[in-house]
Design a protein around this ligand. Structure first.
Ligand SMILES: [Zn+2]
Length: 571
C-alpha cells in the first residue's frame, strides 16, 4: 500500500468546497487529501515551517515537522508551476459501456465529420488501423449536420472502402448506413423483401441504397463480429484513458439498454487497469421480473466496498451500484418528450413511456432495498408526474446522497421546481443537448420556447439541487462526453452555432464546476469525491491554462495537463 505523502504547491486550486473555495497547496496521502489550504507560512522545503498551515499538516502526520527523523512517510513535493487545479470532473449521467463500445469507431459528426468527403476519409483512416476480422464501425451521424443534408448511402461509404464492410449508425440508433461490402455479406440485393418492422432503403431503380431502417438493421447486424466481454472490457479501458484526458475521474452509467447485467464487465476492465470511478444503475424494466437478478448488489457504500475496494479495503471505492432507473418519457429532439401542451404547429404532446404504477412499484422496490430511484423525465408532464409521486416520500438514504434523482429535466413547471427544491430531489440535466442539437430544438420548439429550456439559473436561485452531465453517447457531438463543452453551454447559454439559448439563465463558471463535481458525486452514491477537502479522495485535474482566465466562449477549448485518481497520475 502506498504510504508516501505528496505535497502539491505553487498552484491555484478551485476546491468546489463552499466553505473554502480556493487554496494554493494540498497534501495527499494514501489516495486521499490529508491537508489543503494556504501555503503562506509553510516553508515548502521539508515542511518544517511554523505557522497555522504547517501546524494543520503536522496534526495529520507528526513526522511532518521533523523530516530528518526516521520518517516512515517520506514527503515528495511537486511544484505545479502556478497552474490551475480543479476537482476531478464527474459525469453523473452517461451510458458508459455503450460509449466505450463506440470509442474505437468513427464519430461521424461535427466537429470531426462535416460532409461525405470527411466521412470517406475517416473510413480510409479506420481501415488502416483495423484489427483483424473487425468491421469498420461509426456512430452518431445526423443528416441535419452533414453538408449534403442527406443520409450517407452505400456509394458514399464505398468511397471510403469497398474491401471491408462499413456500418455507420445514425444518432437515433434506429437507422444505419452500410457500404456495398456489408450488403453483399448480408446477401441484400434488389430481390430481398423488406423484413417485418423494417425497410431496406432503395434507389429509384429498386437497388438497395445502403440505408436500413428499424428491423432491417438486423439483416446486417447478425453478420457483424460479436463483441466479447474481454473486448468490451478493453474498450472500457481505452475509454477510461479518453475520459482521463478530459479530466473526468468518475462517471455514472444510467443503464445498458439491452438489459445486460454489466457489473462484471466493469470489474473485468478494472482488473485490466480501467481507473475511472463508476456508479452503475440497472434498468427497472429488465430486472423487475428477473429471478436471476440479485438485489443484494445494490447499495450505497454499505456492506463491503466494491471493485478496487475489495482488493484494498482502505482505498476509496471504485464502483457502486446505487440503484435502479426508470424511463418516463422520450426526448425533445426526438419529438417524444411528454409535454403539457402540444409541440408548436402540431397536436402532439409526446408520450409517457411508463405508467404511474411502474414508478410506484419501482419506488417500493428501491425503498425495500434501500437503494436509489432514478427517473428519466424530460418534458413538463413527465416531470410533474414524477415529482408528484416522489416529493412527499421520506428519504431512506442518508444525505448528501439523494434517495431520488430525475434525469434530463428540460422544462419543469413552477410547481415541480418548488417541490423539488423543498424535498431535495435533484435535477440531473444536460445543457449540452441544446448546445449540440440546436437544429432539432428550433425545429421542434421554436426559438422562444427553446430559450426557456434548462433554466438552471432559476433552479439554483430556488435552491434545487442540480448536477450537470452529458448522457454520452446520446449527444450529437463528436466527443459527447466533453465536460468543457457542456460547461461552456451552461455559462454562455449559446449553441455551437452561436444561437442565443436565453441569457437570463446563465450560470457562473464556479457554479458550473460545482455542478460537475461537488454536486455530481453524491448523485451517484459517492460520499468522498467531487470536493478537494481533507478526507476526500485525491481526484483532481491540473489544467494547461487558467480556466478562470479564458474568455467564456473558449472554455470548451481548455486542455487538461494531467489527471489524478486517488493521488495517482492517470493522464
Ligand atoms: Zn441517458
Amino acid at each position: 500500500m502506498k504510504t508516501d505523502r505528496t505535497l502539491y504547491t505553487n498552484c491555484k486550486i478551485f476546491t468546489s468546497d463552499s466553505e473554502r473555495p480556493w487554496a494554493n497547496a494540498m497534501a495527499v496521502e494514501d489516495g486521499r487529501i490529508s491537508w489543503i489550504g494556504d501555503a503562506a507560512g509553510l516553508a515548502v522545503t521539508g515542511l518544517d515551517a511554523t505557522g497555522p498551515a504547517a501546524a494543520d499538516l503536522a496534526t495529520t502526520n507528526p513526522a511532518a515537522t521533523n523530516p530528518d527523523a526516521a520518517d516512515p512517510h517520506p514527503t515528495q513535493t511537486i511544484d505545479l508551476g502556478g497552474r490551475t487545479v480543479i476537482p476531478g470532473l464527474i459525469d453523473s449521467h452517461q451510458h458508459c459501456l455503450l460509449m466505450a463500445n463506440f470509442i474505437k469507431g468513427i464519430a461521424a459528426l461535427p466537429p470531426r465529420v462535416h460532409d461525405m468527403d470527411e466521412l470517406a476519409e475517416a473510413i480510409r483512416e479506420a481501415e488502416e488501423n483495423l484489427e483483424e476480422g473487425r468491421w469498420i464501425e461509426g456512430w452518431g451521424y445526423d443528416e441535419g449536420k452533414l453538408k449534403e443534408k442527406r443520409k450517407p448511402n452505400r456509394w458514399d461509404l464505398d468511397r471510403g472502402s469497398t474491401a471491408t464492410p462499413v456500418v455507420i449508425v445514425r444518432a437515433c440508433q434506429h437507422i444505419v448506413s452500410v457500404n456495398s461490402k456489408a450488403l453483399e455479406i448480408a446477401g441484400i440485393d434488389r430481390n430481398t423483401p423488406d423484413p417485418e418492422g423494417g425497410v431496406i432503403g432503395r434507389g429509384p431503380d429498386g437497388e438497395p441504397d445502403g440505408i436500413l431502417y428499424e428491423n432491417a438493421r438486423n439483416l446486417v447486424y447478425k453478420y457483424m463480429p460479436k463483441l466479447t466481454e474481454e473486448a468490451s472490457a478493453d474498450n472500457l479501458k481505452v475509454y477510461g484513458d479518453v475520459l482521463a484526458s478530459k479530466g473526468i475521474t468518475a462517471i455514472s452509467d444510467l443503464g445498458e439498454l439491452t438489459g445486460l447485467k454489466y457489473g462484471h464487465i466493469f470489474e473485468k476492465a478494472m482488473d485490466m487497469g480501467f481507473r475511472t470511478k463508476v456508479g452503475a444503475y440497472f434498468l427497472w424494466d429488465f430486472i423487475k421480473d428477473d429471478p436471476e437478478f440479485d438485489p443484494e448488489v445494490l447499495g450505497i457504500g454499505e456492506g463491503p466496498a466494491r471493485g478496487m475496494g475489495e482488493k484494498a479495503p482502505e482505498a476509496p471505492p471504485q464502483i457502486l451500484y446505487p440503484g435502479i432507473k426508470l424511463i418516463g418519457d422520450g426526448s425533445v429532439s426526438g419529438h417524444t418528450a411528454w409535454l403539457d401542451r402540444p409541440y408548436p404547429g402540431t397536436d402532439d404532446c409526446g408520450l409517457p413511456t411508463c405508467t404511474a404504477k411502474d414508478i410506484e412499484d419501482a419506488k417500493l422496490f428501491a425503498k425495500n432495498h434501500k437503494c436509489q430511484l432514478s427517473v428519466h423525465c424530460m418534458g413538463t408532464a413527465a416531470i410533474d408526474r414524477t415529482i408528484d409521486l416522489l416529493y412527499s416520500a421520506k428519504p431512506w438514504l442518508e444525505a448528501p446522497v439523494p434517495t431520488f434523482r430525475t434525469e434530463h429535466i428540460t422544462m419543469p413547471s413552477e410547481t415541480a421546481m418548488d417541490r423539488a427544491a423543498a424535498s431535495g430531489i435533484p435535477f440531473v440535466t444536460q445543457p449540452v443537448f441544446m448546445f449540440s442539437e440546436i437544429e432539432s430544438y428550433l425545429e421542434n420548439l421554436g426559438h422562444e420556447w427553446t430559450k426557456t429550456c434548462y433554466p438552471i439559473r432559476t433552479w439554483l436561485d430556488k435552491g434545487v439541487r442540480v448536477a450537470l452531465s452529458t448522457d454520452a453517447p446520446a449527444t450529437a457531438w463528436a466527443e459527447p462526453y466533453d465536460p468543457f463543452v457542456n460547461m461552456q453551454a451552461a455559462v454562455t447559454r449559446r449553441a455551437w452555432d452561436g444561437t442565443d439559448l436565453g441569457q437570463d439563465q446563465r450560470i457562473t463558471l464556479e457554479e458550473a464546476l460545482r455542478l460537475y463535481t461537488a454536486e455530481s458525486g453524491p448523485m451517484m452514491g459517492f460520499r468522498d469525491i467531487g470536493v478537494l477537502k481533507e478526507g476526500y479522495a485525491a481526484d483532481f485535474v491540473v489544467l494547461e491554462e487558467d480556466i478562470f482566465g479564458v474568455p467564456e466562449d473558449e472554455i470548451s477549448g481548455v486542455k487538461v495537463l494531467s489527471t489524478y485518481i486517488n493521488g495517482e497520475k492517470v493522464f
